[in-house]
Design a protein around this ligand. Structure first.
Ligand code: CS2
Length: 521
C-alpha cells in the first residue's frame, strides 16, 4: 500500500511536482472559508498558496469549513491539509497533459454540521480577517429572481430559533459576527466567490436582513465593521473521479485521497475593499483588484456560465455525458457560438468587439478541452438557482431593446425540458435542485393546462404556466414576447428533439429565400 501525502512524504515527491514554496510550519490562519469543495481548492486556495510564497506574508492560512459532509475533512486531515492540484489540457499533439502542484494553504478543516460552534469560534477568532465563501448558489437561502432572503427556508427558520447551532450559511455568518461584536474584535471582510449576480452586495443584504431580525444594533455593527467586495471567479473544475485519484497517486508515488482537477485557465477579479487587509493575491498572477467588479461579473456569467448551461442541458437531452462531447457536436457548437455572438455579446457594452470575440473563442476552446471531462448532469444541477443570472438577465436586456432572443429562449426551454427527467435515448435521471419538488408540481400543472386546451393553444398555455414560476422568472414570466418565444422553443424541443430544434433555429436565421429550392426552369 502507498504511503500518504503529508508534510513528511512531501520531500520524496518527484521533481516535476511543484511544492509549496514557503515554510508551512510558520503559516498562521487568517482566512475562514465556508464551502471547501473542489472549486475553492482549485481556485482561491491555489492563488493564496502562490501569494504567500511570492510575498512572504504567511498570515493567510485557510481554515476550511465543510457545511455538511465530513468527506473532505476526513481525506485531508491525515494529509496535514495538503492536496494536489492537477491542471489538465491537451498538448499540440492532441494528447492529454497534466501539471501537478501540491497546495499548502489549507491548515485544517471543520465540519459545520458536526460542530457549528467551532465555526462560530473560527469566525470570531481574533486573527480572522477574511471570511470567504463558495457555498454554491443555493447556499445563500435567497430567492433567485429577487435576491431576497427566503424566510420560509427551513434552515433560516431553524437558525432564528437556535443561535447556538445554526445550519444555514447566513445564520452562521451572523452569529459568528455577533460573537466578534461581543468580544470587540476588529473588522472583517466577507468575500463571496460564488456565481451570483452582485455576489458581495447580495451577501451583504442577506446578512443584514437576518441580523436585523436578531438585533438592530448587531446589524448596525456589521454595516460599520464589515465589507462585502463583489468578485468574479473563473476556472472549470469538474468533480474528482476515482481515475483522477489513481493517476495522481501513480505520478506522486504516494496516495492523495482527494486531489482536485481543473483547467490551466484561471481568472479572479475582486473589488479592493477589504476591512482588514488581504493576501497579495495579485502578485501571484490570476487575481486582479478593481474598484467595481460588475462589468467582469456580467461578462463571465453571461459569456461563460450561460453558454455552459446551454451546452449542458441540450447535451444531456441528447444523451451526451460531458460538455466536451456537447461542444464536439457541430450543430450544438454552432448554436452556442451564434447565441454568444449575436445575442449575448451585444448586451455587454463597454467591452470591445475584438475583446468579446477573443473571450468567446477562448470559452469555446475551454469547454472543448478533451482532457477535462465535465459531466453535463453536474452542470445541469440547481438550474432554478442558475438560470436567472446566466440566461434571463441577457433576455431582459434584449427584450427591453426589442432585439431577438430566440437562441437564449431555446436555452431556457432546454432547462425546462431537462426537468422532465428523461433524455432522448430514454435514460431516466433524477433532478438535483433545491426547488425540485415545486418544479415537479409546476411541470405537472403545465401538462394539465396544455392537455385541457385546444391543440392550437396547448404550447402557449404550457409556456404561460411555466413562465409564471415567480422564484425563477419574476415579472419576466408575464411578458407576452417572452412567453411566446419560450412556447415556440419548448414546442420544437418536444416535437423535433434537440437537433430538430437547432435546425429549425438555423432555418429561421437563414436569409429569406435561401432555403427555397431553385425554381425549375
Ligand atoms: C458551471 C460552473 O457547474 C456549473 O454550473 O457552469 O461551475 C463553471 O464551470 C465555472 O463557473 C467556470 O468558472
Amino acid at each position: 500500500m502507498l504511503e500518504r501525502l503529508n508534510s513528511e512524504s512531501l520531500q520524496y515527491l518527484p521533481q516535476d511536482v511543484e511544492l509549496p514554496a514557503y515554510d508551512r510550519s510558520r503559516v498562521t490562519p487568517g482566512i475562514v472559508h465556508l464551502g471547501i469543495g473542489a472549486f475553492h481548492r482549485a481556485h482561491q486556495a491555489a492563488v493564496t498558496d502562490l501569494a504567500m510564497a511570492a510575498s512572504g506574508d504567511l498570515s493567510w492560512g485557510i481554515v476550511g469549513v465543510s457545511m455538511r459532509s465530513p468527506a473532505t475533512r476526513d481525506a485531508l486531515t491525515p494529509q496535514d491539509g495538503l492536496y494536489t492540484l492537477a491542471l489538465r489540457d491537451a498538448g499540440p499533439d492532441g494528447q492529454a497533459r497534466e501539471q501537478l502542484r501540491v497546495i499548502g494553504a489549507v491548515l485544517r478543516i471543520v465540519v459545520a454540521e458536526e460542530d457549528p460552534n467551532a465555526v462560530l469560534e473560527r469566525i470570531a477568532y481574533p486573527q480572522t480577517r477574511i471570511v470567504s465563501l463558495t457555498v454554491t448558489e443555493k447556499g445563500y437561502s435567497h430567492e433567485p429572481s429577487t435576491g431576497y432572503l427566503r424566510w420560509d427556508d427551513p434552515d433560516i427558520a431553524h437558525d432564528l430559533e437556535h443561535p447556538d447551532r445554526p445550519r444555514s450559511t447566513i445564520g452562521m455568518l451572523v452569529y459568528g459576527l455577533a460573537l466578534r461584536r461581543e468580544r470587540s474584535l476588529p473588522p472583517v471582510t466577507l468575500l463571496s466567490c460564488d456565481n451570483l449576480h452582485a455576489n458581495g452586495d447580495t451577501l451583504r443584504s442577506l446578512v443584514l436582513a437576518f441580523a436585523l431580525r436578531v438585533d438592530v444594533c448587531l446589524a448596525a455593527w456589521i454595516d460599520k465593521n464589515c465589507t462585502f467586495p463583489n468578485s468574479m471567479v473563473d476556472r472549470i473544475v469538474p468533480g474528482t473521479r476515482d481515475e483522477d485519484r489513481a493517476r495522481v497517486a501513480k505520478r506522486l508515488g504516494v496516495e492523495d485521497a482527494w486531489p482536485v482537477v481543473g483547467e490551466p485557465y484561471l481568472n479572479w477579479v475582486i473589488e479592493d475593499k477589504f476591512a482588514a487587509g488581504r493576501p497579495a493575491w495579485h502578485v501571484a498572477g490570476g487575481a486582479t483588484f478593481v474598484r467595481v467588479a460588475a462589468p467582469y461579473e456580467r461578462l463571465k456569467l453571461r459569456m461563460v456560465n450561460g453558454p455552459h448551461s446551454a451546452f449542458a442541458y441540450l447535451g444531456a437531452m441528447l444523451g451526451l455525458r460531458t460538455n466536451s462531447e456537447a461542444a464536439a457536436t457541430p450543430a450544438l457548437r454552432r448554436y452556442v457560438d451564434d447565441m454568444m455572438r449575436l445575442e449575448i455579446a451585444p448586451t455587454l457594452r463597454g467591452v470591445s468587439e475584438s475583446g468579446l470575440d477573443e473571450y468567446r473563442q477562448r470559452f469555446l476552446a475551454r469547454v472543448a478541452n478533451p482532457a477535462l471531462p465535465h459531466l453535463t448532469r453536474q452542470i445541469a444541477m440547481d438550474g432554478s438557482q442558475k438560470v436567472p443570472q446566466r440566461l434571463l438577465a441577457a433576455i431582459r436586456d434584449r427584450l427591453r431593446r426589442g432585439d431577438d432572443f430566440s437562441r437564449l429562449a431555446l436555452a431556457v426551454a432546454a432547462w425546462l425540458h431537462y426537468l422532465r427527467g428523461c433524455d432522448e435515448l430514454g435514460n431516466a435521471y433524477s433532478i438535483q435542485d433545491p426547488l425540485a419538488e415545486a418544479l415537479a408540481k409546476l411541470l405537472a400543472r403545465a401538462d394539465v393546462a396544455a392537455t385541457a386546451s385546444a391543440p392550437s393553444q396547448a404550447a402557449q398555455r404550457r409556456a404561460t404556466v411555466l413562465a409564471g414560476f415567480r422564484p425563477v422568472f419574476g415579472e419576466l414570466g408575464r411578458k407576452p414576447a417572452f412567453v411566446e418565444a419560450l412556447a415556440l422553443q419548448l414546442e420544437r424541443l418536444r416535437a423535433l428533439g434537440v437537433l430538430g430544434a437547432l435546425e429549425a433555429l438555423e432555418r429561421d436565421a437563414a436569409p429569406q429565400g435561401a432555403a427555397q429550392p431553385e425554381p425549375v426552369a
